[in-house]
Ligand binder design. Structure first.
Ligand code: Z5A
Length: 217
């Protein structure tokens, strides 16, 4: 059970390109926070367990084809399925570490260069979702990502797509109100872990302690 002194948990999102090390770093961050006595839950998107998540998974594996808008809305719906759980979990005092969120949703869809699917269009279905307190963007150049094992079989794992995705992430960062933190993910795992820690710990402590940090705009 969460500590009584916690006002609410912090909502921490880890974003980045393919192979930026999100899974690795989410695990490390959770263990460190847990060791300090924080109560932690994790989440990842897409959540492939739900019916909608299974449709997404089948699309990513090239088993089904879908209109670009349809898959965009399914990714968004997959987050909305969890919105109430996120709010309830935070209010019970658990800090949530989430692997990808609507930032990925926006940039991967906009990177397809469909004329009727601009970056601003992609945002609309996401409006109203619980807003993270801090978003760590693990930045890696696509050529560095490729050195970590090359691209697999999934839909978006191609160099041109990854280059556009990175440009769009950087565009979101420029327009951001201060909750997104860019972290160079091109070095060893320990160095990256340390950089993330410096960004996340103060935010978790502030939110759990009752100071809500960045106000929701
Ligand atoms: N997508 C979307 O279109 N719309 C949405 O709304 C959402 C997602 C939420 C599936 O995502 C696809 O869905 C994704 C975006 C799109 N498409 N693409 N591309 P996913 O999250 O299920 O899959 P993923 O992002 O491709 O996960 P990943 O490949 O597992 O990457 P990762 O979690 O960032 O990396 P990792 O597993 O921690 O590490 C990858 C490898 O690198 C592994 O061998 C590690 O040991 C190694 N590694 C990690 N860190 C380092 C360092 N620092 N140095 C060297 N090697 C390292």
């Amino acid at each position: 059970e969460p500590r009584n002194s916690v006002v609410r948990g912090a909502f921490v999102v880890v974003e980045g390109l393919d192979r930026a090390g999100k899974t690795t770093q989410v695990q490390r961050l959770c263990s460190k926070l847990y060791a300090l006595g924080h109560n932690i839950k994790t989440l990842r998107f897409p959540d492939r367990n739900s019916t909608i998540g299974q449709m997404i998974s089948s699309y990513l594996q090239n088993e089904t084809d879908m209109d670009d808008h349809v898959i965009h809305l399914l990714f968004s719906a997959n987050r909305w399925e969890k919105a109430k759980w996120i709010e309830e979990t935070l209010s019970k005092g658990y800090t949530i570490i989430c692997d990808r969120y609507f930032y990925s949703g926006m940039v991967y869809s906009a990177a397809k260069q469909n004329p009727s699917l601009s970056l601003s269009w992609t945002k609309h279905p996401e409006i109203g979702l619980p807003l993270p307190d801090v978003v760590v963007f693990l930045d890696l150049e696509p050529w560095q990502a490729e050195q970590r094992g090359g691209y697999g079989e999934e839909k978006y794992e191609k160099r041109e797509m990854q280059l556009r995705v990175r440009e769009l992430f950087l565009q979101l960062l420029k327009a951001d109100d201060g909750r997104m933190k860019i972290v160079n993910a091109g070095d060893g795992m320990d160095a990256v872990e340390e950089r993330i820690w410096k960004e996340v710990l103060p935010c978790v402590e502030a939110v759990e302690g009752g100071s809500f940090g960045v106000k929701i705009g």
